[in-house]
Design a protein. Structure first.
Length: 377
């Protein structure tokens, strides 16, 4: 189960960045791991063909080390584990919590982590330019219309007083990012520029983890940020902040987060990498059906999200906005290119990466060949 306190997040990050690579055992990749009401939603996906029979899993399972960011969408990884989808592919799961995808890059490149999930940023792209062959392999979260799991959140007294009507009203305010130059800040920057406000000169920017943003809102230390669920509903419940604009309203189909494979995992363990993708897309499809389809297993998913995020309030869980990811794993590459241009213009990125090389759809293509293709909105 993921823990909320900042000390736990920091401890996990230190362990991920400093621990030596996991020992390989018996030809595998380490021993068996330990315990590991939205508004109108997109059209329900067309049911896929029944998955083809997977080979019987070996007696010894390969452990896949996955980095997460503590969002509601992380439940998909645990769902794949608990439903036996990973075991059917001969795999087990071990998770570590990070503040964002960018801080996962060093352990991914050093073979201390196999899979990362979160918003790509200059840390990822600069590592690729330096020759670290990490790969974007699937969609993780996208801002399709009416999906309300990410928003520009504003301190509640500012909203209640009517002080915020447009992005021009953020002049002189304090903005918080969960990691420096996270990709969603590109949206904030573009919208501020349209209003004649400079993010660098007219706004104070600070870096706080998502859990730390809530007391910062309460103490008037920050004025606005981009929040994800479950922190949106927690902020609303505590009365410290509320959504002002949803991401999809500002950048429809914006690529919020991606699934990333480390080079050793993709290149040296291709069978495990393909099998993980099968299990991942099966979990994504179950999730989509639960929240955007006929509701099958919705209660079970809410329970899992509660265990993942440490939330026991059932009413709170019901309010969490689900994320959306392409059930076939497709990535919005043009959205990534637009974000990359922003990083290059700011000087955060030393050059442009070749997305034809960086985005590797072969693992998702393999999974779709076994699972069948689903329709998307």
């Amino acid at each position: 189960m993921y823990r909320w306190p900042l000390l736990v997040l920091v401890a996990l990050l230190v362990l991920a960045c400093q621990a030596p690579p996991t020992a390989r055992e018996g030809g595998g990749r380490g021993g068996t791991a330990g315990d590991a009401a939205p508004a109108a939603a997109p059209a329900a996906p067309v049911p896929a063909a029944a998955p083809s029979a997977a080979p019987a899993p070996p007696a010894s399972l390969e452990t896949v080390r996955v980095g997460t960011v503590g969002s509601a969408g992380d439940a998909n990884f645990t769902w794949a584990q608990e439903r036996g989808y990973l075991r059917e592919e001969g795999l087990d799961l071990e998770t570590q919590v990070f503040n964002g995808a960018q801080v996962m890059i060093p352990p991914l490149g050093a073979d201390q982590l196999d899979v990362g999930g979160g918003g790509p940023g200059p840390g990822l792209f600069n590592a690729i330019l330096r020759g670290v062959n990490v790969r974007i392999v699937a969609d993780r979260s996208r801002a399709v219309p009416n999906v309300r799991n990410q928003c520009v959140a504003v301190r509640k007294p500012l909203l209640d007083s009517g002080a915020i009507h447009s992005f021009a009203d953020f002049r002189g305010r304090v903005f918080s990012e969960n990691v420096p130059a996270v990709l969603t800040t590109s949206i904030i920057d573009r919208e501020l520029k349209k209003a004649g406000v400079s993010l660098q000169q007219d706004v104070t920017s600070v870096t706080l983890s998502f859990p730390d943003m809530l007391p910062a809102f309460a103490n008037d230390a920050i004025d606005f940020s981009v929040l994800i669920d479950p922190y949106i509903v927690l902020a609303q419940q505590q009365g410290v902040a509320d959504c002002w604009k949803y991401t999809y309203e500002l950048e429809p189909n914006f690529q919020i987060a991606v699934l990333i494979y480390g080079p050793a995992f993709a290149e040296q363990h291709p069978d495990a990498a393909r099998g993980f993708m099968v299990a991942y897309l099966r979990a994504i499809r179950d999730y989509q059906r639960a929240f955007f389809g006929d509701g099958a297993n919705r209660a079970e998913f809410l329970d899992l999200i509660g265990r993942t995020a440490g939330i026991t309030d059932k009413g709170l869980l019901e309010r969490i906005g689900p994320s959306w990811a392409d059930p076939n794993g497709a990535v919005n590459v043009e959205s990534l290119r637009e974000t990359q241009r922003w990083y290059v213009a700011r000087g955060d990125q030393t050059g442009e990466v070749d997305f034809d090389r960086v985005v590797d759809s072969s693992f998702a293509d393999y999974a779709v060949s076994r699972l069948g293709r689903e329709a998307t909105p």
